[in-house]
Design a protein around this ligand. Structure first.
Ligand SMILES: Cc1cc2nc3c(=O)[nH]c(=O)nc-3n(C[C@H](O)[C@H](O)[C@H](O)COP(=O)(O)OP(=O)(O)OC[C@H]3O[C@@H](n4cnc5c(N)ncnc54)[C@H](O)[C@@H]3O)c2cc1C
Ligand code: SF4
Length: 540
């Protein structure tokens, strides 16, 4: 069956803050110039927002520039950040540290980024942007000269065996003059483009963290709307980078999350169990007693910062938002930079569509506020490669004395290179969940509302299936069993406990992308499943 073909001026892959901001800016520019621009966004989630997971304390700077009248348009920014607390946890105690300037949130809002995206999508549609949720970009299309000429969405109704089922529908070819890749952290098509156009030739490797999050409805007595808490220290060992966030939103809701740098070394570490353990700390647990957990999810985030920004353009398109990696890790914030990069990309594309080929997206971004913001904090995260104590001392020196103007730039290396062999590592015994404040993985996946059609080819592909046992199991005790926040990877044996094999429960996948990043030999490729599959986050 032939694929249907649709033509646009601009196709955008991903309806996160970067993709939506780009679409809105393109339409605004065309309106102001009295020209027409056709813009289409595809989104792999079942609806806009379904796959969005963030903290989120939101800096409204880019939104102020994009839609200055957002208040009167009813944007879902209703809880101003009122108070910041930065805590160092030991097993029993919580020591209050001075809040670093990057983590002061006066003027920011505590939001659900998913809900902001839903609202942005409505603004985009009012301007004439076509948005197609439930359609995953599965293939990059090139013309004869190797220029990107759009993307194709995945086919539906292909069975596990790779053969068409009676529900088969071919994908659609979306042809564009310019294609913007807004897939967020570790985008699957962006990964292909990075290789094809060697986009990382002049930048450092990207590094990542895994962020796990729960949304709670807490007891009224525990609720302090506007309170923002960040912690470092326990339960992580000082060699492992990470920490938590607790944001009190409106309607008795508290977003609680835990981030672990994916450069961790101990293969026995489980980011999920560390998160659960964190909630049992005497300074944290009372928030949740008498409350109810209403949602769970996980997502990787970029931690490479300024040093890891790749080449951003190639013939026929641009990379925007966290797909490129504009998150400011010192602030744990990337939505504002994602939106701004989308807006700058839209301005570049608008000029190109008018025939001004010479405009340079990277140069325009470097002239915007995104660049100095990332440059100033560039050394903070790499300082933690030497452990928590050095990292904190170095961050204080960099922030208060050098003010981001250190004459050096620290480097990072790829996360998957950091894993130690199981024989050289200390096993970690995690406590059992109590079902009240702490939970197991499967009941957590249940509240992420994750769903995939079971009869489809696996979207988690092993380049060499045998390596799952000969390398991962034999040398690292199969760390994917622990870093996957959804219990997708399981080692199963025969009745006698022999013949281990890796079972992949792909239906549970919450699309965090950690396996694509952390696998020690880069043997796992995450590709898009059938559009609409994956989590259905309500307001994460
Ligand atoms: C735990 C955690 C806490 C965070 N806290 C904060 C915070 O407090 N403040 C803040 O500002 N930022 C925070 N961030 C970062 C912020 O969420 C990101 O910077 C922001 O979401 C990036 O926007 P984006 O548009 O680039 O990508 P995303 O928000 O990831 O959106 C990408 C969209 O593209 C879709 N997509 C991906 N691939 C395809 C494909 N092939 N086809 C179709 N659709 C596709 C995805 O489903 C998704 O909807 C946090 C992130 C995490 C993980
Ligand atoms: S399978 Fe991979 S992408 Fe899916 S939830 Fe597990 S680690 Fe994340």
């Amino acid at each position: 069956m032939e694929r249907e073909r649709m033509e646009y001026d601009v196709v955008i892959v991903g309806a996160g803050p970067s993709g939506l901001a780009a679409a809105i800016r393109l339409k605004q520019l065309a309106l102001a110039a009295g020209t027409e621009v056709s813009v289409c966004i595809i989104e792999k989630g079942s609806e806009v927002g379904a796959h969005i997971l963030s903290g989120a304390v939101f800096i409204p700077r880019a939104l102020d520039e994009l839609l200055p009248d957002w208040r009167s348009r009813g944007a879902p920014l209703v809880t101003p950040a009122e108070e910041d607390r930065f805590l160092l946890l030991t097993r029993q105690r919580a020591l209050r540290l001075p809040t670093p300037p990057q983590m002061r949130n006066h003027g920011n809002y505590i939001i659900s980024l998913g809900n902001l995206c839903r609202w942005l999508a409505r603004q985009a549609e009012e301007l004439g942007v076509e948005i197609y949720p439930g359609f995953a970009g599965a293939e990059v299309l090139y013309d004869g000269a190797g220029r990107v000429r759009g993307v194709a969405t995945g086919a539906r109704g292909i069975g596990k065996d790779g053969k068409p089922t009676p529900q088969f529908e071919p994908g659609v070819e979306l042809i564009a003059k310019e294609t913007l890749f807004a897939e967020g952290c570790r985008g699957s098509l962006t990964k292909i483009l990075e290789q094809r156009f060697d986009l990382r030739a002049e930048s450092g490797p990207q590094s990542y963290g895994i962020g796990l999050k729960e949304l709670w409805e807490v007891d009224a007595a525990q609720h302090r709307p506007g309170l923002v808490i960040h912690t470092v220290g326990w339960p992580l060992d000082p060699a492992t980078y990470g920490g938590s966030f607790l944001y009190h939103l409106e309607n008795r809701q508290v977003a609680v999350g835990f981030v672990v740098g994916l450069d961790y070394a101990n293969p026995f570490l489980s980011p999920f169990e560390e998160f659960q353990r964190f909630k049992t700390h005497p300074a944290i647990q009372p928030t949740f007693v008498g409350g109810k957990r209403i949602a769970y999810g996980a997502r990787a985030l970029n931690e490479g910062g300024y040093q890891a920004i790749p080449r951003l353009s190639f013939p026929g398109g641009l990379v925007i938002g966290c797909a490129a990696g504009f998150l400011n890790v010192a602030k744990l914030k990337g939505s504002h930079t994602a939106m701004k990069s989308g807006m700058v990309a839209a301005e570049t594309v608008h000029c190109r569509l008018q025939g001004e080929e010479a405009v340079d997206y990277r140069a325009a971004l470097a002239a915007s506020w995104v660049w100095p913001e990332l440059h100033e904090t560039r050394n903070i995260r790499p300082g933690f490669r030497h452990g928590l104590w050095f990292g904190l001392a170095h961050a204080a020196l960099d922030t208060y004395v050098l003010r981001g103007r250190a004459p050096w730039t620290l480097r990072q290396s790829a996360d998957h290179l950091h894993l130690r062999k199981a024989s050289d590592a200390r096993p970690i015994a995690y406590p059992k969940p109590d079902g009240v404040v702490t939970f197991d993985r499967l009941s957590s996946v249940f509240v992420s509302n994750t769903n995939h059609d079971e009869n489809q080819p696996p979207h988690l592909r092993l380049r060499e299936p045998a390596r799952a046992i000969s390398v991962n199991y034999a040398l690292y005790d199969s760390p994917e069993q622990r870093y996957c926040p959804a219990g997708v990877y399981e080692i199963v044996t025969d009745g006698a406990g022999d013949k281990p094999r890796l079972q992949i429960n792909a239906v549970n996948c919450v699309h965090c992308k950690s396996c694509d990043i952390k696998d020690p030999t880069q043997n796992i490729d995450w590709i898009v499943p059938e559009g609409g599959g994956g989590p259905n986050y309500p307001n994460m």
